[in-house]
Design a protein around this ligand. Structure first.
Ligand SMILES: [Zn+2]
Ligand SMILES: [Zn+2]
Length: 133
């Protein structure tokens, strides 16, 4: 299930971020265009064993370069009983992002994060005003 989270910090920083699924029909072609062959080496081995055992969804992540919180595409797959995640680089600067939480459960993550602007703790809230498909 896809949804949006909003950050509303007292310093004025505001952001709405898409998280979760909604791209279940994502094609292997798209994935192969989105990641480098090096990044996909484990994934290619995993889908050779079970080609349907993967998902692509969005998670919140931190970009140190942009000093911002972003919604990053994440490819999840299982290899040898281990769940692996590959994060897409930041869509703005192209640098590697830092995941907030590598939980296996896509809906479980820290609800309190650090505001990228003032560094205070700020609560993530569900943004019901945005509908994602
Ligand atoms: Zn960035
Ligand atoms: Zn703030």
């Amino acid at each position: 299930m896809a949804r949006a989270l909003k950050i509303n910090c007292g310093c004025g920083y505001q952001k709405s971020l898409a998280v979760g699924g909604g791209r279940a029909s994502i094609s292997l072609n798209y994935i192969r265009h989105s990641f480098s062959p090096e990044e996909l080496s484990g994934f290619e081995r995993a889908i050779a064993k079970n080609e349907h055992d993967y998902s692509f969804h969005s998670r919140i992540a931190h970009c140190e370069h942009c000093k911002d919180i972003i919604s990053a595409g994440v490819l999840r797959y299982s290899l040898d009983g281990k769940t692996e995640f590959i994060y897409k680089p930041c869509t703005i600067c192209g640098k590697t992002v830092i995941p907030f939480n590598d939980s296996k459960d896509d809906n479980k993550f820290d609800k309190v994060i650090q505001c990228p602007k003032c560094a205070k703790s700020v609560q993530l809230e569900d943004d019901s005003s945005v509908m994602w498909d």
